[in-house]
Design a protein around this ligand. Structure first.
Ligand code: COA
Ligand code: AMP
Length: 637
């Protein structure tokens, strides 16, 4: 292991943050280069590159075509689920983006309009994002595993002029009928988009609603037949929004995380070299979904900003067709860096503990595995290291930040790994571990992890149409800091350890969900008087939600039927991705004397962890009842 440049670079950033980010901005094309790197007076906590004018797609596409990468693959699509593969070069991707951009304009979509994208892992999803960015429309991608109601909530918040969707998605063993979900969502939403453009997949042709829906391929082919020309990138202020990505908040109403154009492209471009050690021409694979932040940053934008080749994989780590799926991908496409969630590796390990499938493939091109999205348990990290024989790097981030808050920067020279730690803060992030009064705690002591303001480029400047919620969710807890709502500590060597959320967010198979949102759904059941949802430990998915409901008096439906109803309700309202499979009917919920439900203690009992009787408990016997109910329940499967 050589010496890392990390400490020097971090110190350089600390000493002169504006000089540091100004230098990174120089690596990109600007329509008007920024004179001001940071304006502390603008926005909620300041704004990056306020007088810069740019277009993100000009940097993702045109720049590379101009520099001779037109014939290089920009995007590899590999779908074991659809049994299809396709490669798009930079020149081809640019052309597709231009044509769809023209199409959006024909539907009167203009700069600043919102466009919702509801699509599976197909190249058109990336084309859709880039086409919006090309014309300055603000995209909002909604993950395909969400139900119609969740989509409706986002439609009402973002108020899109148009929706881009596919006819269907494909999950192992079933086709996900997107179009009926879309129709239901539009019916439920108060806001109605003017048009929908539907990409008909060979697996399912969706019915189109006359006057509103148009066929994607026909529209684009029509434009090509007209001989439609190039489409100049729309000049955008660096501070104009590029996209909104909704993420779980502490209620059923998701938070619309806003990303800007300038800061985002500067930060992501920097991470590709410094964190992931990816050079132009390398193949980089983020095995996630475009519906999540990892997909936004590291399937769509960052690899293309870097001039690398990105991979759109429509499949799973196991079962498509076997636990060798990832190894096949790595060897077939010569992937240099893989980024995924620890759950994916736990799934592979469960099916192929001795990694026998690995022997069939040549993985000599793989240089590192990056993990994020949930805590990387040391067993999984060590297993991955043993079988892959490359650095396995945990890094910690959030939808809000858009890139790693802490990590082990491969491109700057890797630091010694400590299992259970995502290593050290990345330049841009000054981390403090604070107690409830906002005082810094000493090394080794737990506290809330906070980032000193300003947040670096690429992090959210605000929430969509909800500046007050932005302040109250993140900035009011500690004056002058962004609170991550993650608890953890720092050791004597400055390594961070992330121990869990301080709010009601849980991570299920690397997917971020709100137990509060699920409680809102359960409460809507006519027989339910009150309820609690906790995240219980799960050996595959990290955590899974578990519901407890107390019935209204006089309800005499069988408990089993009510439990089934509750599971169906969450699946219908939030979606299959919630992985909500179990509800226990109990007589009472344990509470403090002031009426707060003791979810933390319930979780410890469910997890089989040591717990102590909370001093403020109202009636200690109820915890025995909960333990008994858990003991009697069959929570497998
Ligand atoms: N569209 C529709 N439904 C979807 C979906 C999508 N894009 N993604 C998941 N679902 C469904 C699944 O089919 C499943 O449905 P089911 O209840 O009918 O079986 C449900 O949502 C739960 O999905 P998941 O929690 O992912 O479980 P799984 O058993 O299907 O797969 C893993 C388990 C470990 C293979 C899978 O979670 C995985 O690959 N995880 C990697 C983590 C990851 O990509 N994280 C993204 C952030 S980096
Ligand atoms: P998301 O917004 O979906 O990326 O989820 C963010 C949350 O996931 C964080 O606040 C953490 O709780 C958790 N998380 C993400 N990455 C890690 C990691 N490397 N280690 C521990 N927790 C993580």
């Amino acid at each position: 292991m050589g010496t890392s440049r990390y400490h020097d670079i971090y110190a350089r950033w600390m000493k002169d943050p504006q000089g540091f980010w100004g230098e990174q901005a120089g690596a990109l094309d600007w329509i008007t280069p920024p004179k001001t790197v940071f304006d502390a007076e603008a926005g909620v906590y300041g704004r990056w590159f306020p007088d810069g004018v740019c277009n993100t797609t000009a940097n993702c596409l045109d720049r590379h075509v101009r520099d001779g990468r037109g014939e290089q693959p920009a995007l590899i699509y590999d779908s074991p689920l659809a049994d299809t593969k396709r490669v798009l070069t930079y020149a081809e991707l640019l052309r597709e983006v231009e044509v769809l951009g023209h199409a959006l304009r024909r539907f009167n979509v203009a700069k600043g309009d919102r466009v919702i994208i509801y699509m599976p892992m197909i190249p058109e999803a990336v084309v859709a994002m880039l086409a919006c960015a090309r014309i300055g429309a603000i995209h909002s991608v909604v993950f395909g595993g969400f139900a119609a109601h969740e989509l409706a909530t986002r439609i009402d918040d973002a108020q899109p002029k148009m929706i881009l969707a596919a006819s269907c998605g494909i999950e192992p063993g079933r086709v996900v009928h997107y179009k009926p979900l879309l129709d239901r969502a539009i019916e439920e939403a108060k806001h109605k988009p003017s048009n929908c453009l539907i990409f008909q997949r060979p697996q399912e042709t969706a019915g189109l609603i006359e006057g509103r829906d148009q066929d994607w391929a026909k529209t684009c082919e029509g434009l090509k037949a007209e001989g439609i020309g190039p489409l100049a990138p729309e000049p955008m202020k660096a501070t104009d929004p590029l996209y909104i990505l909704y993420t779980s908040g502490t209620t059923g109403k998701p938070k619309g995380v806003v990303r800007d154009n300038g800061g985002h492209m500067v930060a992501l471009n920097w991470t590709m070299g410094a964190i992931y050690d990816i050079q132009p021409g390398d193949v980089y694979w983020a095995a996630s979904d475009v519906g999540w932040v990892v997909g936004h940053s590291y399937i769509c934008y960052a690899p293309l900003l870097r001039g690398a080749t990105t991979v759109v994989y429509e499949g799973k780590p196991v079962g498509t067709p076997d636990p060798g799926a990832f190894w096949r991908m790595i060897s077939e496409h010569n992937i240099k860096v893989l980024f995924t969630a620890p759950t994916a590796f736990r799934a592979i390990k469960k099916e192929d503990p001795k990694a026998e499938y690995l022997g069939k493939y040549d993985l000599s091109g793989l240089k590192a595995l990056f993990l994020a999205g949930e805590r990387a348990d040391p067993d999984t990290v060590k297993w991955a290291e043993d079988i892959l024989k490359v650095p396995v790097i945990d890094h910690w981030w959030q939808t809000e930040t858009g890139w790693a808050i802490a990590g082990n920067p491969l491109g700057l020279g890797i630091l010694p790994v400590k299992y259970g730690s995502p290593t050290v803060p990345m330049p841009g992030h000054e981390i403090h571990i604070l107690d409830e009064t906002g005082k810094e705690v000493e090394a080794g002591k737990m506290g809330t992890i906070a980032i000193k303001l300003p947040l670096p480029p690429g992090c959210l400047p605000t929430l969509w149409n909800a500046e007050e919620r932005f302040r109250s969710s993140y900035l009011n807890e500690f004056h002058g800091y962004y609170s991550t709502s993650d608890a953890g500590y720092r050791d004597e060597d400055g390594y961070l350890f992330i121990m869990g959320r301080t709010d009601d967010i849980i991570n299920v198979a690397g997917h971020r969900l709100s137990t509060g949102g699920m409680e809102e759904v359960l409460s809507s059941h006519p027989s339910v008087a009150e309820c609690a949802v906790i995240g219980a430990k799960d050996s595959l998915k990290g955590e899974v939600p578990l519901g407890f409901v107390v019935l209204k008096s006089g309800v005499n439906t069988s408990h089993a039927d009510i439990a089934k109803d509750c599971v169906r309700l969450v699946r219908d309202q939030i979606g299959p991705v919630a992985a909500f499979k179990h509800t226990l009917v109990v007589n009472r919920l344990p509470k403090t004397r002031s009426g707060k439900i003791l979810r933390g203690t319930m979780k410890k009992i469910a997890d089989g962890d040591a717990w102590s009787m909370p001093a403020t408990i109202d009636d200690p016997v109820i915890l025995d009842e909960i333990a008994k109910a858990l003991g009697e329940a069959n929570l497998k499967g």
